[in-house]
Design a protein. Sequence first.
Length: 266
Amino acid sequence: MADLRDIGLSEYEAKAYRALLRTGPATAKELSEESGVPMGRVYDVLGSIESQHLVRSQAASRPKKYVAVEPETALDRLLEDRKRELREKADQYETVVDDLTRELDEPKAPEDGFWTAAVGPDAALDLLLERIDAASDSVVLVSGTPASGWELDDVSGRVFGRLEAAVDRGVDVSVLLSEDLARSIPDEVNERYAEVLADEPDYEVRVGESIDGNVTIVDGAEVCLEVSNPVQPGEAFATIDLQDTQFATDVHAAFEESWTDATTLG
């Protein structure tokens, strides 16, 4: 059940406001008796909810009387206050992140042979996007038909966004797609590519034959492999991220053969 405390009021503030709705105009003493808020606290509580524009006071009367603002108006004001606080908190967090981004060192590169994996479609995609974000020199992305565990509209847009950001920071990006996948990419993604990146010298998309599976090479030393579900081969099971320079070199050599035979996406 919803409670006024859920939207920012203290227990005493909530009791005082509800009591004023029941009593109509009331003095602090009357409100204390009706609400159960101790007399020693009631003036502070009334001052607080009055500052939040939830009650109005009749200062000319002796003793002073208070009346509740209508619930719809009061709740709108509380909601706006909470939204403002959240925006301010979000701004504070962004500032902290900006400061820490400049302060924290990049992690030391793992030794060759180190690998990690993310299991499940969502986690697998998150790992792929993370590694694209980590690229500092180059990204080579080879993609056939996406696994059925991923929604093409969502995935293609998110991957494109990360590749766009990579180009913005000076990373060379090469994308090799199967013919089937190239035909399936949503129009809005193709339009965004044509508008934003088609003329970028560090970004190129080609379409080739016999492209199967999904492989991404990061900085020539790291390979992300999509693993299909062994029980349901059309469904993504995991992404394996392997740090191995020699393996990455071998995979890149195979990519170059297909890349040479592929045609530029028009």
